[in-house]
Write a protein that binds this ligand. Structure first.
Ligand code: AMP
Length: 441
């Protein structure tokens, strides 16, 4: 689980089957949440684990995962990555029918629906398919139904999910880096709308017939996933370098040194430096014991987090014209602080180049960017944003450039946070391709 720690740092949990399902969960990083003495007691042959980054539901102990429930046919457990868009609607409908809910998490709805259906049918595959058919949104799930383990990806494949093999048998994980680290082997991505069962000697696949066309989240390649993971056939590191190269073509700058913003801006910066021929130098040193700043839910945490996290190297920066290259700007808090750090370290000029287009619209599919007023790009031109950052200049990659670097068709990506057009209907928002339909009127 520590291999996927970058995906969530608020809480961690593990559920293992041994007659029934036993769970250990706690707040914080995996090694804080799961104490070695408790783990030693946790015996079983199959299990699922989860690290949480909250998008729906508060960051609190009752929302930790996996969530476990008991049915008359045995225990079930679920680990969910993503966000259910129709969660409130489903919860209200179910409440009217007399159901009670213990948490504010959308994931609880998934397990309650599943528990209810499995109690009726005792046929997990049928029940999982049925639950999928009422869920709207993003969900990569690992599920345990008694001692059977399933992995499920939503019909658009918003969030990643893949299958691999280790010495112990088959496993599913959000990112392929898990299999590298466990000395195992990556087999393939779970397809959008696919349900797989991990059996001792085989991976049994069921196509649900729900697949709708792809909508992989572009932000996974830009920022979320580890650079050494391969998502939907594209190595994240390669994509980030291509982004950097393209950014150098689209947004050139005359400077003495390219300084990456560690860690997520590193591969983008490498690409930028390669393409531009400008020297690349590590001008910001990172304290590796500080967590990813975005996953700190409070804005104040994020802003002091930057100072704790990064220290400028004066010998690289002093009297130089510096271009800082980073993956993205959401609120701009981090970059503003970094620009100031670099200026205070004696830089002559500080320019900023960004490996994703301006983020202007909320994400409803698993990234915690919820309101337009929090974005640096809302109501501001690029020049205005540069002023806010106190940078000498600012340049973003274009949407076309980003799509080309990822290497999937634009129609196979979710670009909702960039262009405000979403693959699924979201109340008050525009649906992807809607423009074409309007042109018929
Ligand atoms: P910001 O200070 O909000 O501009 O963000 C700084 C860094 O954190 C950038 O690398 C962003 O991509 C990342 N980031 C900011 N907010 C989020 C979020 N809600 N979820 C994921 N990453 C984020």
């Amino acid at each position: 689980m520590r291999v996927l720690q970058h995906r969530g740092q608020e809480s961690a949990g593990i559920a293992v089957h041994n007659g029934g399902i036993n769970t250990i969960k706690g707040m914080g990083l995996a090694h804080q949440a799961l104490r070695p003495e408790d783990l030693r007691e946790l015996k079983g042959n199959v299990g699922i684990g989860h690290v949480r980054y909250s998008t729906v539901g508060s960051s609190s102990p009752e929302n930790t995962q996996p969530i476990v429930m008991s049915t008359k046919h045995g225990d079930i457990a679920v680990g969910h990555n993503g966000e259910i868009v129709n969660a409130d609607k489903l919860r209200n409908e179910l409440k009217k029918r007399g159901w009670a809910f213990a948490t504010t998490s959308d994931s609880e709805i998934i397990i309650r629906l599943l528990a209810n259906d499995i109690s009726d049918t005792d046929d997990p595959v049928r029940s999982i398919k049925k639950v999928m058919s009422v869920l709207n949104g993003s969900y990569s799930l690992t599920l345990m139904v008694d001692d059977r383990v399933f992995a499920v990806r939503d019909p658009y494949g918003f969030r990643p999910l893949c299958i691999g093999r280790t010495g112990e048998g088959y496993a599913a994980a959000s990112e392929s880096v898990v299999f590298d680290t466990l000395g195992g082997e990556f087999i393939r991505d779970v397809e959008p709308g696919e349900l797989v069962e991990l059996l001792p000697g085989e991976v049994k696949s069921t196509k649900t017939g729900l697949a709708k066309g792809r909508a992989h989240c572009m932000f996974e390649w830009v920022y979320i996933a580890r650079a050494d993971s391969c998502l939907d056939g594209r190595l994240v590191y390669d994509v980030r370098r291509k982004i950097g190269r393209r950014l150098a073509i689209e947004q050139p700058v005359d400077v003495d040194v390219i300084v990456p913003v560690p860690d997520s801006g590193r591969s983008h910066s490498m690409g930028y430096a390669e393409q531009s021929g400008i020297p690349y130098s590590e001008g910001l040193m990172k304290n590796r014991y500080v967590e990813r700043t975005f996953i700190m839910p409070e804005q104040t945490d994020r802003s002091t987090g930057v100072m704790l996290k990064l220290n400028p190297l004066k010998s690289v920066i002093k009297d130089k014209r510096v271009a800082l290259v980073d993956d993205s700007i959401v609120r701009g808090t981090t970059m503003r602080k970094i620009v100031q750090l670099v200026r205070n370290a004696g830089a002559k000029e500080v320019h900023v180049r960004i490996g994703s287009p301006p983020i202007r619209s909320p994400c409803y599919f698993g990234i915690d960017m919820k309101t337009r007023d929090q974005f640096a790009a809302t109501g501001r031109t690029v020049d205005d944003i540069a002023k806010m950052l106190t940078a000498d200049s600012l340049g973003y990659i274009s949407i076309d450039g980003l799509v080309e670097a990822i290497g999937h068709n634009a129609t196979d990506l979710c670009l909702g946070c960039l262009n405000g057009e979403y693959p699924l209907p979201v109340e008050g928002e525009k649906v992807r391709f809607q423009k074409k339909l309007d042109s018929f009127t």
